[in-house]
Structures are given as C-alpha cells and as structure tokens.
Design a protein around this ligand. Structure first.
Ligand SMILES: [Zn+2]
Length: 79
C-alpha cells in the first residue's frame, strides 16, 4: 500500500443515509472518487479537489460533481 489515504470511511448520501465507501479512479481524468460499498451506483465525485496527476480539470467529476447520488438521478439539494 503506497501512501495513506485520508478518506472518510463513511459518507452521507443526499438523503442523509450513511454508507461505507470505497475509492475508485475516474476513467476520464484519473482523479479519485468514492462509491457506496452497499450500492455502487451511489457516488461522490471530487468536485474542485483535483489530484496532482489529474489529466482533465474540465472532467465531469470536477465540472458537474455527483455528490451522494446516482449519476442519472436529479440532485435533491443543489448547492
Ligand atoms: Zn474525472
């Protein structure tokens, strides 16, 4: 294992339910997002947290981040 990741173990989805999460790399830019262990359809994108090795700052995961919901679901609480 290279490097300690400072990822929260659990995150809240947009309905405020907690999920255990696992990291995954965005196939489009290489940044890390996380998804719910119990429901991999629910994801949390990095938003403005670009990784150093990010290859595309305009990637959808930065430009239109999906936070605690499915990619095809409308946000309940747009910030
Ligand atoms: Zn991306």
């Amino acid at each position: 294992m290279a490097g300690e990741e400072e990822l929260p173990v659990r995150r809240r989805d947009q309905e405020l339910d907690f999920h255990d999460v696992l990291p995954e790399n965005c196939p489009h830019c290489g940044c890390q997002f996380v998804y719910a262990k119990d429901d991999p359809g629910i994801v949390w994108d990095p938003g403005r947290a670009w990784a150093e090795e990010c290859s595309n700052h305009d990637c959808h995961c930065h430009d239109e981040p999906v936070i605690g919901r499915r990619r095809d679901e409308e946000p309940v609480n747009p910030l």
